[in-house]
Design a binder for this molecule. Structure first.
Ligand SMILES: Cc1ncc(COP(=O)(O)O)c(C=O)c1O
Length: 404
């Protein structure tokens, strides 16, 4: 590099570094599939399910075609939907990826949007309770399930939510698309709810080379129903269709890639935690610095006394306010431009909450109804985050944020 050349662009997610590290094992695994030729439901899928079950703390895992299909399959397996005069209501946080809301409608139920908490982006139990009472009062749909989302990798505190849901006889499906590998109080994601769904989209903490996902069930009997829904609602006899299902299978090749990646997953999670800790140390100081036109708030895990929580750090997401600490969408965008000019990519997850999306707005109450999610959509920015982000890149990103 000559002195005038700009430094190289930092990758937002560095799948190339990971594939360089794992290439021999991935090649070996893929060759194994080509050798036996069982491309659908081959032995790698069984092996992967056993591994995922272990990672989930001894649960029953069913590998499926994507994180979105995992959610749809879970809803169908629980019988959530509608038909005739019946319409189930499913509570979902408004600040999430579209799949969480979309599957509710695909299953024939109605989504009810719930606000999230400013400090950790997770579902707000008070808002959930208000929305639940409103659904009961309206009397149009029957509350049936809630889908908390472990946004950016942080597992939702399961106990208060489980108690709230049990008292109202609602099912809980944990959308852990972003949090596989995380844990609460030593209990891994997968064991924190009766049904947990996850995604193996390539950029996820555990990603394959295409689409993939899994449903993890505490009860083996639930997993059996999930398996049936995954394959067209078949019973043990494949031409005996006992319920409505989908084609939601995971390819053997994707399972092979995931088995190779699982060999380093623990190390990669530790590396993500180290990156997050590095960001936290450096950026907390910028929080209230007078030298920048922005104030940034770093994500906190927020475990209470006597409890512990570990994010899988799918994303490292800041809240950005103006120099006086006031919300300001323009400030977030100015910070993004400032980083981009220095070869530092950022992303906004998510720029619009679900209750304001054209496809779903008729199920919500419009702008101003879920103020925290609306405000976060204007103020969040995610920084490069992956296990191969080195100290040099971390310093470069943090120094750029600290020096406007
Ligand atoms: C919270 C959440 N739910 C569901 C999904 C859907 O997963 P997939 O892309 O594998 O269908 C995603 C994917 O980004 C997600 O972030």
């Amino acid at each position: 590099m000559t002195p005038t050349e700009p430094p190289p662009r930092i990758p937002f997610v560095d799948l190339a570094a990971q594939s360089r590290r794992l290439r021999p094992e991935i090649d070996r695994r893929i060759a194994g599939v080509l050798d036996h030729g069982r491309y659908v439901m081959g032995p790698e899928v069984d092996e992967l399910e056993a591994e995922l079950g272990r990672w989930g703390g001894g649960v029953s895992a069913v590998a499926v075609s994507s994180g979105s299909d995992a959610l749809l399959i879970a809803l169908l397996a629980l019988g959530v939907g509608g038909g005739g005069n019946r319409r189930d209501a499913v509570f979902v946080p408004t600040f999430t990826f579209t799949a969480t809301a979309e599957v509710v409608l695909l299953a024939g139920a109605v989504p009810v949007f719930v606000d999230v908490r400013e400090e950790d982006f997770l579902i707000d139990l008070e808002s959930l309770d208000r929305e639940y009472e409103a659904v009961l009062a309206a009397g149009v749909a029957t509350p049936k399930a809630v889908i908390p989302v472990d946004l950016f990798g942080l597992p939702v505190a399961e106990e208060p939510l489980a108690e709230w849901a049990a008292a109202r006889k609602l099912d809980v499906i944990s959308d852990a698309a972003q949090s596989f590998g995380g844990q609460r109080d030593g209990r891994p994601v997968g064991s924190l709810a009766p049904i947990t769904t996850t995604s193996f989209y390539p950029a996820k903490p555990l990603g394959c080379y295409g689409d993939g996902g899994a449903v993890l069930c505490l009860e083996p009997a639930t997993a059996e129903v999930v398996r049936s829904v995954r394959e067209h609602g078949q019973s043990a006899d494949r031409y005996d269709i006992v319920r409505l299902g989908v084609n939601g299978r995971l390819d053997s090749l994707q399972a092979a890639v995931l088995l190779a990646k699982l060999t380093v997953f623990e190390q990669e999670l530790a590396a993500r935690r180290a990156v997050a800790a590095g960001y936290g140390e450096r950026l907390r100081a910028v929080g209230s610095s007078a030298a920048t036109p922005w104030r940034v708030s770093v994500p906190e895990c927020g475990a209470g006394p006597g409890s512990s929580v570990e994010s899988s750090w799918a994303q490292y997401t800041l809240r950005v306010d103006d120099a006086a600490g006031r919300p300001s969408a323009g400030t977030r965008d100015a910070l993004r431009a400032h980083l981009d000019a220095a070869g530092i990519p950022t992303a906004v997850y998510y720029p619009r909450p679900m209750h304001l999306q054209p496809a779903y707005e008729s199920y919500g109450r419009g702008a101003g109804s879920l103020p925290v999610g609306e405000s976060l959509a204007d103020r969040v920015v995610s920084l490069p985050m992956h296990p191969y982000l080195d100290q040099g890149a971390l310093d470069r990103i943090c120094e750029r944020i600290a020096n406007a």
